[in-house]
Design a protein around this ligand. Structure first.
Ligand SMILES: O=C(O)C(=O)C[C@]1(C(=O)O)C=C[C@@H](O)C=C1
Length: 363
C-alpha cells in the first residue's frame, strides 16, 4: 500500500470520465465501420465484409502498441470484441461449428469471431462443410490437430472433396476438468464420460486417479457433461464452456497429461484472403507412386528455405495404396518465393490443390 491517501471518490470520477471518452471513441469507430461497409458495397455489391487479414493486422498492431499494465493478449481480446461488434454492424456473421453447444470448437469460434457472431452447432465435421458450401452460413470452424493426439482425419478428408478455402486458424489451449453434477456422490464415481480424444489426452491422470472407473466414450465433451447431470455415480471430462452450460463443478482441474495441450482449428469459407504480413499456406498434393516421390515433393521447400510447419499423409480416394500429402508452410501464395515453390511442386505432382493462404493465428 502506498503512503499517499487514495481518494476513492476522485478515482471513480476519473474512471467515469474515461469511460465516457472510451464510449465516444468506440462509437466513432463503429461509425467508421459502417462507412467502410458502404464503400465496400459501392465497390462490389457481392462484397465480403469479414476481412481476416485486416483483423489480424489490427490485433497485431494493438498488441505491439500496448505498454501495459494489461497484458497484450488481454488487450487484444478486448479489441477482438470491439471489432466483432463493428463487423456485426456491417453484416451479422453466421458461423457453423462442430457442436453440440459447449464444445471446444464453439470456444474456438467465439475466440476467433468474438461474441457478436451468430454461432450454430452442427452434429458432424462434414455437416459444417456442407452448411458453408450451401451458403446457409458464412464460415465454419472445425478442429484439425491436437498437440497431444495429432491430426483430426475427418477434417483432412473433408477437404479432399470440398472446394472451400481455409480463411484462418485459431489455436486454443485445451484444459480438461473432471466435472460432477449436484447429485454426484463424489466418493462413488464409477463411470467417466468423455470424447475419445479427451480420454487420450488425460490417460495418465486417469490411470493414476481413477484406474477402476469405467471410461465411456461419447460423441463430444459437451455430451459427456450433459449425461452426468442426471447420474449420481458418473463424472465427465470436459472444458469450461461445457461445465458452465450444464452447471457442473470441478472435482479436479486441468487434468490433461501435457500442460501445453492445445488444439488448432481452421476457419473455412469461400474467399481467398490477401496477405496480412504473417501468413501460412495449406496445400494438398497427390504424388505419382514412384521411388523418391516424397523427396521430390519436399526438395523445393528446402531449396527456397520455406518453413514447413506440418506434413500429414492420408490415403487417397483414388485407389488402394495411393497417398496424398497435406502440407502447411509459412508464407502467402502471393509472395514470389511461395509462388515459385508452388509452381515447381505442380510440375512434380499428379495434383496440387491450394486450400488457402491465411493469417497465422494472432490470439
Ligand atoms: O477494415 C475493414 O474492412 C472493416 O470492415 C473494419 C473492421 C474493423 O472493425 O476494424 C471490421 C470488420 C472486418 O473484418 C475488418 C475490420
Amino acid at each position: 500500500m502506498s503512503d499517499t491517501p487514495i481518494d476513492l471518490e476522485a478515482l471513480r470520477q476519473r474512471i467515469d470520465a474515461l469511460d465516457g471518452d472510451i464510449l465516444r471513441l468506440i462509437s466513432e469507430r463503429a461509425d467508421c465501420a459502417q462507412q467502410v461497409a458502404q464503400v465496400k458495397t459501392a465497390e462490389d455489391p457481392d462484397t465480403v465484409f469479414y476481412r481476416p487479414e485486416r483483423e489480424a493486422q489490427v490485433l497485431r498492431r494493438i498488441m505491439a502498441l500496448n505498454k501495459g499494465p494489461l497484458d497484450s493478449e488481454e488487450v487484444a481480446r478486448l479489441f477482438r470484441e470491439i471489432m466483432s461488434a463493428c463487423l456485426a454492424l456491417e453484416q451479422p456473421i453466421k458461423v457453423a461449428y462442430l457442436g453440440p453447444e459447449g464444445t471446444f470448437t464453439q470456444q474456438a469460434a467465439l475466440k476467433h469471431f468474438g461474441e457478436s457472431a451468430i454461432s450454430l452447432p452442427m452434429a458432424a465435421i462434414d455437416e459444417v462443410f456442407r452448411e458453408v458450401e450451401a451458403g446457409a452460413v458464412n464460415y465454419g470452424v472445425v478442429p484439425v490437430e491436437n498437440s497431444t493426439e495429432g491430426v483430426i482425419n475427418h477434417t483432412l478428408d473433408s477437404f479432399m472433396d470440398s472446394g472451400l478455402r481455409i480463411c484462418g486458424e485459431v489455436v486454443l489451449r485445451i484444459h480438461h476438468h473432471l466435472l460432477v453434477g449436484e447429485t454426484t456422490r463424489q466418493d462413488k464415481v464409477s463411470r467417466i464420460y468423455s470424447h475419445p480424444q479427451s480420454f487420450a489426452q488425460c490417460r495418465k491422470w486417469l490411470d493414476a486417479h481413477y484406474p477402476q472407473a469405467e471410461r465411456v466414450p461419447v460423441s463430444s465433451n459437451a455430451e459427456a457433461a450433459r449425461l452426468v447431470k442426471t447420474e449420481w455415480h458418473s463424472a465427465a471430462i470436459a472444458g469450461d464452456m461445457a461445465a458452465k452450460l450444464y452447471g457442473l463443478t470441478r472435482l479436479a482441474e486441468k487434468i490433461e497429461d501435457r500442460p501445453d495441450n492445445s488444439t488448432r482449428f481452421l476457419i473455412i469459407g469461400h474467399q481467398d484472403v490477401p496477405m496480412s504480413g504473417e501468413d501460412k499456406t495449406s496445400i494438398v498434393v497427390a504424388m505419382r507412386n514412384q521411388p523418391g516421390a516424397l523427396h521430390d515433393l519436399l526438395e523445393p521447400f528446402h531449396r527456397h528455405q520455406i518453413d514447413m510447419t506440418r506434413l500429414e499423409t492420408r490415403p487417397s480416394r483414388s485407389g488402394a495404396w495411393n497417398y496424398v500429402f497435406f502440407i502447411d508452410f509459412k508464407g502467402h501464395r502471393d509472395e514470389p518465393r511461395v509462388a515459385a515453390v508452388l509452381e515447381e511442386v505442380r510440375l512434380r505432382a499428379a495434383e496440387v490443390k491450394v486450400l488457402g493462404s491465411y493469417p497465422i493465428g494472432v490470439l
